[in-house]
Design a binder for this molecule. Structure first.
Ligand code: GDP
Ligand code: IMO
Ligand code: MG
Length: 423
């Protein structure tokens, strides 16, 4: 029996998951999203066109692959409908290959308003949420008030919707935040109709049957490990389990069915939104990373904060997820830097520690190892044998420190800009 492979981000999201899933899809029959929602923005590039997906799995551009949206995902029907429309413009027939779990929760217009109200109330400590309604929707899920995709097939759907909206309006009054969800309802219900025309399924049975049939399945993570609700830099996190365990609960597969765990990380770090970021650069070097890496959010367009690679954080993510293979992305962005830095620990009150402390609000001073940079343009390389020595030293150092092999190197946003070191 084949096992389910999992691919996930090891930093604060935007590691290049969309691109890598697209590259790996030919080797799989099924691509399955297991958590998150339209806060995700997964970019793919091929034939000089860039696509950004928010809810739909990144296998959608390959014919005859099953794309499953699992129970752990939260769905905004409007975002879903708009994504479908843009795929249809490209002559893709998503209704043939997309399957949606009946147990996935729905993001209501009032969830988005609650997200905005909650952020506004936080003042200086705001999380920097994408304001897509993610937090309030997961709160209703765990509070046992949520509406699920399967509810749209039941006769009392409108009553359930109205009941939940009323509850939200009561909370909004407490926030003293006034915005009327009704102005978004017409479009939202159109989205519901679109969703209704899709294959709404008991996805836990569906995926376990596929496993029994020896179909190859890749679970596609959203966000990143350092945004995980339990293990991220709480409270500056998202509201789901972004880690490998999230693939089990978000799809209904047993831990014993997990195979390879592909951990993706950028050659440096970025973060969008608030929260601790020990290696963040506020100088020209950080700006150079932002410009060369085109570091602007795929979902919100916000500039991403940039900084050097953080090894203690990377090791932590590898441990939490049981990563078996590492994938490095955006290495091309570091071309032309005289010296590269890698954080190996943090200095706190004069003492060097090698993992993030519980209280990340206290000042942490990164301790760096310096490595000579490379000048050769690696974005046009087609084979690992052409990589410069300095680049090889950079990745060998990371492999040695983390103890997991790097099995894929991404050197540009296009599908084709990917090389595979032979071990
Ligand atoms: P995701 O959320 O993990 O799928 O990542 P995003 O799509 O939000 O952000 C990654 C960005 O980097 C996108 O604009 C990608 O097109 C781009 N990208 C992915 N891999 C590479 C790479 O190896 N080099 C460069 N220069 N860009 C990349
Ligand atoms: P992908 O899948 C980067 C961040 C937000 C904010 C925090 C909480 O593209 O890697 P939320 O909207 O979940 O309430 O926001 O998490 N965030 C992301 N950052 N990439 C993402 O997804 C993100 N999804 C959420 O910026 O700081
Ligand atoms: Mg993204």
């Amino acid at each position: 029996m084949y096992k389910v492979d999992v691919l996930l981000g090891l930093q604060w999201g935007d590691e290049g998951k969309g691109k890598i899933v697209d590259v790996m899809t030919p080797g799989y029959d099924v691509i399955a999203r297991f958590q998150g929602g339209p806060n995700a923005g997964h970019s793919l590039e091929f034939n000089d066109i860039k696509h950004v997906l928010h809810t739909i799995p990144s296998g959608i551009f390959h014919e005859d692959k099953i794309n499953l949206i699992g129970n752990g995902v939260v769905i905004d029907p409007v975002v879903f409908m708009n994504e479908i429309k843009s795929l249809e413009k490209l002559d893709i027939r998503p209704e043939k290959t997309i399957y949606v779990s009946k147990k996935a929760h729905l993001i209501l217009p009032s969830h988005k308003i609650l997200d905005a109200a909650s952020e506004a109330a936080k003042g200086d400590t705001k999380i920097g949420s994408t304001l897509k309604g993610i937090g309030p929707t997961y709160m209703d899920k765990t509070g046992r008030n949520g509406l699920r995709v399967g509810d749209i097939l039941l006769p009392d759907f409108i009553e359930k919707y109205t009941f939940l909206k009323k509850k939200h309006l009561d909370i909004l009054r407490q926030y003293d935040y006034r915005e009327d969800p009704e102005k978004y309802e017409e479009e939202w219900f159109r989205g519901i109709e679109k969703l209704r025309s899709y294959k709404l399924i008991d996805s836990e049975h569906f995926i376990n049957n596929l496993i029994r049939e020896n179909r190859k399945i890749l679970a596609e993570g959203a966000q990143g490990t350092l945004l995980d609700i339990d293990f991220g830099s709480y409270p500056y996190v998202t509201s789901s389990n972004t880690i490998c365990a999230g693939a089990c609960t978000g799809l209904g597969i047993a831990p014993t069915r997990i195979g390879e765990v592909f951990g993706i990380f950028k050659a440096y770090c970025t973060r969008v939104g608030g929260g601790p970021f020990p290696t963040e650069l506020h100088d020209g070097t950080g700006e150079k990373m932002r410009v060369q890496g085109k570091e602007f959010g795929s979902t919100t367009g916000r500039p991403r904060r940039c900084g050097w690679l953080d090894l203690p954080a990377l090791k932590y993510s590898v441990m939490i997820n049981g990563v078996t293979q590492l994938i490095i992305t955006k290495a091309d962005v570091l071309t032309g830097f005289e010296t590269l830095k890698i954080c190996t620990g943090y200095k706190v009150s004069g003492k060097v520690i090698d993992c993030l402390p519980f209280d990340t609000a206290q000042p942490l001073e990164p301790v760096y190892k310096e490595i000579k940079g490379w000048q050769k343009d690696i974005s046009i390389i087609e084979d690992c044998s052409e990589l410069p020595d300095e680049f090889n030293s950079y990745i060998e150092y990371i492999e040695k420190e983390v103890g997991v092999p790097i099995t894929m190197i991404s050197l540009g946003p296009d599908r084709k800009s990917t090389v595979f070191p032979s071990k």
